[in-house]
Design a protein around this ligand. Structure first.
Ligand code: NDP
Length: 334
């Protein structure tokens, strides 16, 4: 089977690609340029077992452009859509976050309906951002699950800070996908994956100057720029390898639903403690874990992902120590 993987150059997509190849799928990745295609080929060539034909590329410069995916979808059996901006600091919420997230999602669905009637299943990378209600804060005693939706309005998204706009971009993109399926009754089923903060090893062509947002969230505790542990903005996490696997398992599962994929809660004090233990040579840069007391926060229910997708979620210790080693390797090469 040939799977179209959008945004193949990204942090999460690198692990979706790993899992797809490992499960025997052939992959056509969408990237913005030939240069980006070469980088993905380089980072993943050792996973092709000498058969380069298993990985091909289609250039899609901007997912929000009308007809963006019309060519890329032709001839594929299934689609996994990860491409979407994950940034918290932008100049224009609508242009930089909301449009690419929402239009990117509707464009791929329209392209499939138009040019790929053979596609039976589509998996979209949504986010815990489309589940959590940020206005409720850390909400001790509450347990979030797939039944929850972020109640943000489009007006709040347009004028709010970058974090609000990012969370809204994922919420409206996922809603647009479910609305499309309900209104159009296309040939394919839809499933969405909703991860909270994704950490773990960086298997894409990463650079410390342009780290993806969630890896940068850990690196700031290693490079001396973060002096205090501070409050944990989104106290739930998942390992990127589990997210990769979840996309493939969701592709193979017949249910049309959303899955909250998470190992559970965490706080930055735990992260700093693990970093100090894993990287003693960075210890002076890392804030004292005890400097910020732990607080009680909301809980997250991963039972559906465990039951339906059979995922054994990775521990925080494993995830953060592997993130740390991966970032330290990048630092050594810099
Ligand atoms: P990355 O920034 O590493 O990846 C984003 C990918 O999307 C890149 O391939 C990027 O291409 C592509 N992209 C973004 N905007 C456009 C556009 N307008 N046109 C074409 N391509 C575009 O971030 P992540 O890997 O972290 O994010 C991947 C997905 O996972 C996103 O949907 C994100 O919302 C979701 N997610 C991530 C979480 C995390 O903690 N990392 C948590 C929950 C969800 P390029 O590299 O060329 O810019």
């Amino acid at each position: 089977q040939l799977i179209l993987l959008t945004g193949a150059s990204g942090f999460v997509a690198a692990h979706v690609l790993n899992s797809l190849l490992q499960h025997g799928y052939n992959v056509r990745g969408t990237v913005r340029s030939e240069a980006s295609a070469s980088k993905v080929r380089k980072t993943h060539s050792h996973r092709l077992n000498g058969d380069d034909s298993r990985l091909s590329f289609a250039i899609v410069q901007d997912v929000a452009k009308p007809g963006a995916f019309d060519e890329a979808v032709k001839g594929v059996d299934g689609v996994i859509h990860t491409a979407s901006p994950f940034q918290m600091q932008v100049d224009n919420n609508e242009r930089d976050l909301l449009d690419p997230a929402i239009k990117g999602t509707t464009e791929i669905l329209k392209a499939i309906r138009k040019n790929a009637p053979q596609v039976k299943r589509v998996v979209i990378t949504s986010s815990f951002a489309s589940i959590v209600d940020p206005m409720q804060g850390i909400r001790p005693g509450y347990t979030y699950s797939e039944k929850d939706w972020n109640p943000v309005t489009y007006e709040q998204a347009k004028s709010g800070d970058g974090g609000t706009a990012y969370c809204a971009s994922k919420t409206f993109a996922e809603k647009a996908a479910w609305d499309f399926v309900e209104a159009e009754q296309p040939n394919f089923d839809l499933a969405t994956i909703c991860p909270p903060m994704v950490y773990g090893p960086l298997d894409h062509d990463a650079s410390l100057d342009h780290l993806n947002t969630s890896s940068a969230d850990i690196f700031r505790f290693m490079n001396g720029s973060q002096k205090e542990v501070g409050q944990t903005a989104f106290p739930a996490f998942v390992d990127v390898r589990d997210v990769g696997e979840a996309h493939v398992k969701a592709y193979e599962n017949p249910q049309s639903c959303r899955w909250l994929v998470t190992s559970g809660n965490f706080q930055y004090s735990d992260v700093c403690e693990i970093l100090k233990r894993t990287l003693p040579e960075y210890a002076n840069n890392i804030p004292e874990p005890t400097s910020t007391p732990k607080v009680r926060t909301y809980a997250v229910d991963n039972s559906h992902a465990r039951d339906d997708l059979g995922i054994h979620f990775t521990s925080l210790d494993q995830t953060i120590s592997d993130t740390a080693k991966s970032l330290a390797r990048l630092q050594e090469q810099a």
